[in-house]
Design a protein around this ligand. Structure first.
Ligand code: VGL
Ligand code: ZN
Length: 237
């Protein structure tokens, strides 16, 4: 049998370096007119120095900027809360951030105040460079209902209108990136599946919060729902 090294000699140096032992090189995914990139919540509050900073969150920005060039359809989302939002610990006396409360629509994690409408913390990162994005959609603006998902509020029924927008634009495949993997990205991906889209989450273009195993659970839920887990290098730009 030929040694692996020998077999690979004909490939370029980069191919050899990125090929895991035993891996079969998959064909790159080429975004087409029926593909949309959805960039979730790349906002100052979730970046270093922000009130709900996601560890290494800034690392997704150059990756997202690079892949966005390959997409004709890009949607950006903004978490957009009232100052007295029900998801804030400060709205519940005696409660601290990262504790939970039971609300009419289910269990709600309580967060530090973040992404308050019109504040600098709620602004998209100034380092995002996607001038061709066609839609910025805000969510979580209803004081009494959170919305991790870009598609459906946490009551499980109020639509943001995003699915209808994408369908009107003949989008069939959505690719998700941004913050945070285990909250807004995962909930958006699960709802994208429910709305009938072929759904990809670009793992290295996301970072998670990971509260009590939430990151592993999010990936398990997404995999079960048929969400495809890919890396930015799998996309042809
Ligand atoms: C998010 C917690 C609270 C997110 C938003 O963007 O993942 N997480 N609000
Ligand atoms: Zn929020």
């Amino acid at each position: 049998m030929l040694s692996r090294r020998l077999v690979l000699t004909g490939l370029g140096a980069t191919s050899v370096a990125t090929l895991a032992p035993g891996a079969i090189m998959a064909a790159p995914i080429k975004p087409d007119d029926a593909s949309a990139l959805i960039v979730i919540d790349v906002q100052n509050c979730f970046l270093p120095g922000g009130s709900l900073a996601v560890k290494d969150g800034e690392q997704v920005v150059p990756i997202i900027n690079r892949i966005a060039k390959g997409f004709a359809n890009v949607v950006l989302t903004q978490d957009w809360h009232t100052a007295d939002h029900v998801s804030f610990a400060t709205s519940h006396s005696g409660k601290k951030p990262f504790e939970t409360v039971d609300l009419p629509y289910g269990k709600q994690v309580l967060w530090p105040d973040h992404c308050v409408q019109g504040t600098e913390g709620a602004s998209l990162s100034k380092d995002l460079a996607i001038p061709h994005a066609g839609l910025v959609i805000r969510k979580g603006f209803n004081k009494n209902v959170d919305s991790y998902s870009a598609f459906t509020e946490a009551d499980g029924k109020t639509s943001t209108g995003l699915a209808a927008y994408l369908k009107a634009r003949k989008v069939k495949r959505v690719f998700l990136a941004g913050l945070a993997t285990d909250y807004c990205v995962a909930w958006s991906a699960l709802d994208a599946r429910k709305a009938g889209f072929e759904t990809y989450v670009i793992e290295d273009a996301c970072r998670g919060i990971d509260l009590q195993g939430s990151l592993a659970k999010a990936w398990a839920d997404m995999t079960k729902a048929g969400v495809k887990r890919i890396q930015s290098g799998d996309i042809a730009v």
